[in-house]
Design a protein around this ligand. Sequence first.
Ligand SMILES: C[S@@+](CC[C@H](N)C(=O)[O-])C[C@H]1O[C@@H](n2cnc3c(N)ncnc32)[C@H](O)[C@@H]1O
Length: 232
Amino acid sequence: MILSERLKTIADFVPANSIVGDIGTDHGYLPVYLIEKGIAKKAIGTDISRNSLEKIYQLVKSRGLEKQIDVRLGNGLEVFKPFEVDTLVIAGMGGLLIRDILDNHKEVADSVSNFILQPNIAAKELREYLYDNNFEIIDERLVKEWDKYYEVIYAKKGKAYLKEDIYLEIGERLFINRDPLLKEYVQHKILVTENIIDKLDVDASEKSRDRYLELSKKIEDYKEVLSRIESF
Ligand SMILES: C[S@@+](CC[C@H](N)C(=O)[O-])C[C@H]1O[C@@H](n2cnc3c(N)ncnc32)[C@H](O)[C@@H]1O
């Protein structure tokens, strides 16, 4: 099984010998990879869609992995009992959905040691939730695939202190690690925000004026971190 760069980065965070729950597994590539590479000793692939589940079920069967990979249909963590898995992967969904999945079944989330989270959007809101709910972000990595950037967050339960607000938008670990994609990622964020500003009709309403000020401030913050990165 050859994984995409994004899924490979997620797999690289999975600790050896873990029992992994992959929520919203869809195609099921990740559980199959983790078992075939001997990284996980057991994996449970789950999905809310019966159609997705059929895909992973066929893949698991075709590779003779039924003993090591369970397949479960359900919404988020409802398919687990506490302490059934020690590592959770929730990837390829919005940050708000990932946040809700963690929050809806705290008795399960609290029993898990490792969380590997990859929000497609709303990473800021997800980090906010993690900081506010006794998670500690242990590591982070950026991945670029087809001109799209992905943030992969590795967290554990613990206490963390948010040193600067910008670390909600751009994970502190990316700075500490001098992530190779960090500079172009921030430049990309500046471009995207400038494009939004260009389309705003500032004189149209007070709301659009406020939005303009908010986005201008955001660009200032990005530029400030960019100069920090350039001085690494
Ligand atoms: C875009 S796919 C991501 C697949 C894979 N995790 C990856 O990163 O490549 C999102 C999957 O999450 C599933 N999903 C969405 N909400 C879910 C929920 N509340 N519980 C379980 N699965 C969910 C969808 O059915 C879909 O198969």
